[in-house]
Ligand binder design. Structure first.
Ligand SMILES: Cc1ncc(COP(=O)(O)OP(=O)(O)O)c(N)n1
Ligand SMILES: Cc1ncsc1CCOP(=O)(O)O
Ligand SMILES: [Mg+2]
Length: 219
């Protein structure tokens, strides 16, 4: 299994910034994994954005995960791909992408999480959504802290290695400590960073919360 970062930073469509600019600013703030989340762009445009984003990530030694598109991840030899439940099957992706690449799954319910856990193909699961979010407004299913805790307990009872859980969806600074106390591996965030006036400071705050919770982000 490929080790996944505990803080996934996700780009998003924004009116005044390109995905490349967002990735650059996030890398300058210190993120070490960028998920490129492109929606409704044609293939050629996506390839150009992905290559430029990859160049930025390499400069900062950050990993690049492509959302939705295994073909694009293969074309640029990205570090990983994130595939949700309506995207390509993880087993096919693993065969085509290889065992040393990061493959992420999404779980919006406990049942989905246990399904991915049982399959044991994904390197991490994006678990959510935690709160309502403008970044993905169509999602209406929310997982409470209690539900997340119960899922972690169930994972622990299984005899195989628990797949790391990254909570996603409207995650705010004040959510991080309780989520980590509940036992989640990390968080996946878009607007918390993308809409921040001071990305370095917000990222440092996030890192400090992990540290105060006894988690070494370099390990
Ligand atoms: C880390 C992480 N977790 C979940 C998602 C959501 O994936 P998906 O359900 O396929 O939805 P889209 O992001 O494709 O709209 C994610 N991207 N990243
Ligand atoms: C991609 C995605 N999938 C579930 S919620 C979400 C959006 C996360 O973005 P934000 O951190 O801005 O809520
Ligand atoms: Mg998807």
């Amino acid at each position: 299994m490929m080790k996944s970062s505990r803080i996934h930073y996700i780009t998003q469509d924004m009116p005044n910034k390109t995905h490349q600019q967002l990735a650059l600013e996030a890398c300058q703030a210190g993120v070490n994994l960028v998920q490129l989340r492109l929606k409704e762009k044609e293939k050629g445009e996506m390839l150009k954005i992905a290559l430029e984003t990859q160049k930025i990530c390499k400069q900062f030694k950050a990993k690049l995960v492509i959302n939705d598109h295994l073909d694009l991840a293969l074309a640029i030899d990205a570090d990983g791909v994130h595939l949700g439940n309506d995207d390509l099957d993880h087993e096919i992706a693993r065969t085509e992408f290889g065992k040393n690449k990061i493959i992420g799954a999404t779980a919006y319910t406990e049942t989905e999480a246990l399904y991915h856990q049982q399959r044991g193909i994904a390197d991490y699961m994006g678990l959510g959504t935690f709160r309502k979010t403008r970044t993905k407004p169509e999602i209406r299913n929310f997982l409470s802290l209690q539900q997340i805790k119960s899922l972690i307990d169930q994972q622990k009872q299984l005899d195989h290695h628990p797949i790391p859980l990254l909570v996603i969806g409207g995650v705010k600074i004040s959510d991080i400590k309780p989520l980590l106390s509940a036992g989640v591996y990390g968080i996946a965030i878009a607007s918390l960073i993308n809409e921040s006036e001071d990305k370095k400071s917000i990222y440092r705050t996030i890192q400090n919360i992990f540290q105060e919770s006894g988690i070494d982000l370099n390990n």
